[in-house]
Write a protein that binds this ligand. Structure first.
Ligand SMILES: [Zn+2]
Length: 255
């Protein structure tokens, strides 16, 4: 578990303790609203202006607000994220408001990243997911299946997958034709630049110029994505969200 901040490990531990506490051993046991309720937070669906979710705490009672228009996957993640803030003592003033960017913050080690690691472990518990990440042929296919079974977003599932997969792989999130952030497996070594413009040779590039993106995994020149240092090729499998305007790319260095 190299490169992971101590506080992020703590956030994961707290979530897996919660999973054990509720005797969860199947994905369908993870009833996020019930868990939140048992921990003192009621979930209310309500339109929010300029926020992805919020939590209000008064005394021992907390209310988590999420927009009714979100997908089931996003709702589950937002509730788990806010519950993470509550259980980790992040709700210092009465209210805490979280943005879309906060829900996508996997890289700063801030309280937002901690809440995301908590949510990731609550929704995709390592003990239930890890065996399914131990596979040789890396693509979005197993990620899609895990996401479906655990009612998790593809982004959260891809991060978990890369985190637990023994292969050298990474997930890259791009918006507006640029790399916004990435998450890598413990053994991944090539350097990926944040904020760099996507290379024309990547599959992800096509999405941002309005071209259809290759739906299958393809071997591309390694230096189109990373500082290659003698590495020739990398397998890229990319999927796009037209609704939210981003591409997720799963990169894999074949052994
Ligand atoms: Zn937050």
């Amino acid at each position: 578990m190299r490169d992971i901040d101590f506080k992020l490990i703590e956030a994961e531990r707290l979530a897996s303790k919660t999973i054990d506490e509720f005797g969860i051993c199947l994905p369908e046991h993870i009833r996020i609203r019930d868990i939140a309720f048992a921990k003192g937070a009621m979930v209310v669906e309500q339109r929010l202006t300029r926020a992805a979710a919020s939590i209000v705490k008064i005394g021992d009672h907390a209310t988590i607000r999420i927009p009714p228009t979100d997908t089931l996957e996003r709702k589950r993640f937002s509730i788990a994220h806010e519950l993470g803030h509550l259980l980790m003592g992040h709700v210092e003033s009465i209210q805490r408001v979280c943005s879309d960017d906060d829900m996508m913050n996997w890289y700063q080690g801030s309280q937002e990243t901690q809440a995301n690691f908590f949510a990731s472990e609550l929704i995709l518990p390592t003990k239930l997911v890890s065996r399914r990440c131990d596979i040789g042929n890396i693509s979005f296919d197993p990620v899609r299946q895990i996401a479906k079974d655990f009612r998790a977003s593809l982004t959260a599932t891809a991060i978990k997958f890369v985190r637990l997969c023994p292969e050298k792989c990474a997930v890259v999130y791009s918006t507006k034709g640029k790399v916004k952030w990435f998450y890598k497996s413990p053994d991944w070594w090539p350097f990926i630049h944040r904020d760099q413009k996507l290379d024309k040779r990547t599959l992800a590039y096509d999405f941002f110029i309005g071209e259809p993106m290759e739906p299958e995994p393809v071997e591309v020149d390694a230096d189109a994505w990373v500082e290659s240092r003698g590495l020739d090729e990398i397998v890229e499998h990319s999927i796009a969200s037209s609704q939210y305007g981003f591409v997720l790319s799963l990169l894999w260095i074949k052994p």
